[in-house]
Design a protein around this ligand. Structure first.
Ligand SMILES: Nc1ncnc2c1ncn2[C@@H]1O[C@H](COP(=O)(O)OP(=O)(O)O)[C@@H](O)[C@H]1O
Ligand SMILES: [Mg+2]
Length: 237
């Protein structure tokens, strides 16, 4: 059974429908890249998958025992978050909120998990540094470690490389790919940088008014949507 299955969903704000009649599935081990122009509904879809907004039509079915609170989420970054006055360790630890439950403090279990994820992302040397002093690429690794504290199964990443330079972008893609391949974490990633992101994905969901595409990367490269969006860049595989 698919980990997440969206069946003919519509997502809307008041009367304004942003996503219409959308169906797709995400299976364990997939890396799905969601692309589309500004305002096409990528973040809205992520909010729907997290259960922050409910579909007005259709349904989102979680399979394989997945629960919404066990999804690791990395939001689209805002300027306010960049200046967040906390240490790297504190920020990563805050990702354990769901497993902390009703306890007033984080216990040994949460602290160990935070440290493990800090090590996994190669930022142990930054553990006691202040988040706002770090480079963009380092900050994104901290937020990824934080998202990992909530899950061993699936990560939802909203534009993780948006503010990064090409070198930091490449590094972060490799980190995400390693989490997918080596740690077997399913990844759903929103990205603007379509050419690069499909190089790391297994599936593509392209949201657009003129017809949404969902399928494997190989199918996408042959699609009319990709031809328009990517130009000649799919000619070399
Ligand atoms: N909280 C909200 N209330 C009303 N409209 C919203 C809200 N959030 C987003 N929208 C609108 O929904 C559309 C899709 O937005 P969004 O999902 O953020 O797009 P994307 O992430 O693809 O850029 C846009 O037209 C946006 O203005
Ligand atoms: Mg967005």
């Amino acid at each position: 059974m698919a980990l997440i299955s969206c069946e003919n969903i519509c997502l809307a704000y008041d009367d304004k429908e942003v996503i219409s009649d959308l169906s797709f599935q995400v299976n364990r081990g997939d890396m799905l890249c969601i692309v589309g122009e500004n305002g096409s509904g990528k973040t809205t879809l992520i909010k729907g998958l997290l259960g922050l907004i409910s579909p007005v039509k259709g349904k989102i079915v979680m399979g394989d025992g997945l629960r919404q609170k066990e999804i690791g989420y990395m939001p689209q970054q805002t300027m306010a978050q960049k200046d967040f006055p906390a240490s790297v360790f504190e920020i990563v630890l805050s990702g354990c909120l769901a497993s902390r439950g009703l306890k007033p403090f984080y216990g040994k279990k949460e602290k160990t998990a935070a440290l493990e994820n800090i090590k996994k992302l190669g930022i142990e040397n930054l553990k006691n540094r202040c988040y706002h002093e770090l480079s963009g690429g380092q900050q994104q690794r901290v937020l990824l470690a934080r998202a990992l504290c909530a899950t061993k199964t699936i990560l939802l990443l909203d534009e993780p490389v948006a503010a990064l330079d090409p070198v930091a972008t490449d590094e972060l893609y490799h980190v995400i790919e390693d989490l997918n391949k080596k740690e077997k974490i399913t990844v759903i990633m929103v990205s603007h940088d379509i050419k690069c992101s499909i190089g790391h994905s297994t599936h593509v969901l392209h949201l657009q008014d003129e017809g949404t595409f969902f399928g494997t990367v190989a199918e996408y490269k042959k699609s009319s949507q990709a031809k328009r969006f990517l130009g000649g860049c799919c000619d070399h595989d």
